[in-house]
Design a protein around this ligand. Structure first.
Ligand code: CUA
Length: 240
């Protein structure tokens, strides 16, 4: 009995800790949408998992000494109920995921083609990203600035990335900002974000692209507007 109580207590501690370990506030609009979807699905999945597992344990315990098992009888009402319930859950998961996928920060290409001829993000800060074996180059078109291995972003602003590669397929991946996009040779891909927290983040290549793939990283620095403007001026002055 004491052992059983210990096991139950340990189980409760694990559940409690996993709830406390919920993600901290998101660092971008993208990341917030993804985290929200994750939590939403978790709140549906967790009670279902508990229900199924507890039923299973109960049935094993309840019928452990059943020497005379009877065949299952048809129960149309029950079968209709669990089929409909499963269908409703799948529709909920599908619709929730679709709403996040259709978010113009998560899939900007779809928003752009449906808007008036690609003019959807004219107020965004536009940054050209060039991926190559093995590194990253970031160009700020209007300011005529190019940086290597260091991507500086303004906080609280929409940013559109125009992504190109000089050689093979690469993928830009900034986990903390919820940005991930494959970059194909001969095409210009689009990614978008809206960072909310100034700070330093990591950027990775997320597509196996040869011997230097694991070193194809960069630092992302999100600066508030005045720090960003100062950085711009310094870069322009240094270039001139
Ligand atoms: Cu570029 Cu992996």
């Amino acid at each position: 009995m004491r052992l059983r109580r210990r096991v139950i207590q340990a189980g409760l501690v694990v559940v409690g800790l996993s709830l406390l370990a919920a993600p901290a506030t998101a660092q971008s609009v993208n990341r917030a949408a993804i985290d929200e979807l994750n939590a939403q699905l978790l709140y549906v999945a967790l009670p279902l998992t508990l229900f199924v597992e507890l039923t299973l344990v109960y049935v094993i315990y309840r019928f452990r000494n059943n020497d005379d098992p009877k065949p299952t009888v048809d129960d149309p009402a029950l079968e209709v109920t669990w089929t409909a319930a499963t269908g409703a859950i799948l529709v909920f998961v599908g619709v929730s995921a679709f709403v996040v996928m259709a978010n113009p920060y998560i899939t900007p290409a779809a928003a752009e083609t449906s808007a008036d001829g690609g003019d959807a993000f004219t107020n965004d800060t536009e940054i050209d990203v060039l991926a190559y074996q093995w590194g990253w180059e970031f160009s700020y078109g209007e300011a005529n600035i190019t940086t290597e291995e260091r991507l500086v972003l303004p906080a609280d602003q929409n940013v559109t990335f125009r992504l190109q590669t000089t050689d093979v397929i690469h993928a830009i991946y900034i986990p903390q900002l919820g940005v991930k996009q494959d970059i194909f040779p001969g095409r210009t891909m689009t990614a978008r974000t809206h960072a909310t927290e100034p700070g330093e983040y990591r950027l990775y290549c997320a597509e196996m692209c040869g011997a230097g793939h694991s070193k194809m990283n960069a630092t992302v620095v999100v600066k508030n507007q005045s720090a960003y403007d100062t950085w711009m001026e310094n870069q322009t002055a240094a270039a001139g």
